[in-house]
Design a protein around this ligand. Sequence first.
Ligand SMILES: [Zn+2]
Length: 389
Amino acid sequence: MINELKLKLLLDFEAGRLNGLSRESLNGEAKTFLLNRGLKVEETPIGFSQGIRGLKGVGAFKATVVNLEKPLEELELKYSGTFRSYEKVFPYLKDSINREYTLLRTDSLFYPVPAEPSFESLVKSVVSSEFYAEITIEGVPDDLTVAFGGEIQGNLLRIGGTNRLDIAIAPFKVIEEKPFRLFLLSDKGVERTVELLRRTYDFYSSILGRKNLIYTVIETPENYGGQAGKCYALVSGSSLRSEVPVNIYHELAHLWNPKATPEAHLSRFFDEAFANYLTALAVKEIHGENEYKKFIANLEWWYKDILKKNPEAENLKVPEWGRKGLHLLSLSYSKGALILKELHDLMGDSFYDLLKAIVSADVIDFETFRKLAEELSERNIQDFFERYF
Ligand SMILES: [Zn+2]
């Protein structure tokens, strides 16, 4: 896992090439690193070998696998090459370097990630890390703007406490209206979007407590996949400007995520189920009862669809969702949010006290969740917890 990352990037927008110098300090030692399949290591302080290999689990996902002579805790690595997309494996992963829209995401390995050549090892390494990063970018033409979720000072980017990096470069228009900073590809419909963002932010603040920070929204072209990082989100133009922009409501809700224990985090209940149920509440507050009902009906439809493909999911308890494999994680988005709706119906207004208690807890797991709910509820909710947890 990375602890600190210092990265110097020189981008060539005509050739789609990248020259990188990375300095990583890790939590513990690592010997194997993964890098974008188009990039090659030129220099390290010790001996190494490298080759392009498919990752175990997702063989079509090819990466440059770098093996060091011996494991290191601090690593300096010089690399370069043509930065290649992974569109053929994951259609959303269109990351590339060009004048129209450049995107560099952790997912496409634009810097060396310490992991074994297996997809599971890669996901684990990324999800469990929390690092500080400093990136300098050179080669950006004057008419393009660098968008980033953290601090931007000239060509220096900084972010702390993150597990991933996302850098977009395009002819962005930048709008700063506290607490929001938006990097947009067009002015169209911007005022309405900013107004809706503000109302959602105020609504979440009113039920969960106010946060004092800047939230960044970066527009992507269509089908680049939504992405949320620490205090920022990458959202497509159509999601940003849709009549009821639920995707941004969802990403914004993540700002109030409680900190779950690693074990509890596996099922994604405390982040994704909560984010989606908060989205439902925001839809009701801002767009009214009808849109809310549509949103809930959509979650029910989604859940039924999951059951069609995975009938065994019906009898699983929430803590089991994460242990049974990645394909069941969408249960948290759908069924998880519906379970929270049921709990809200049972608890009435004391549900909001529960939300506040969870958000301000140092760390949360299913047992603490049950205890808090039972403490705060005026009704007996034992059956509910036996059924689902
Ligand atoms: Zn989410």
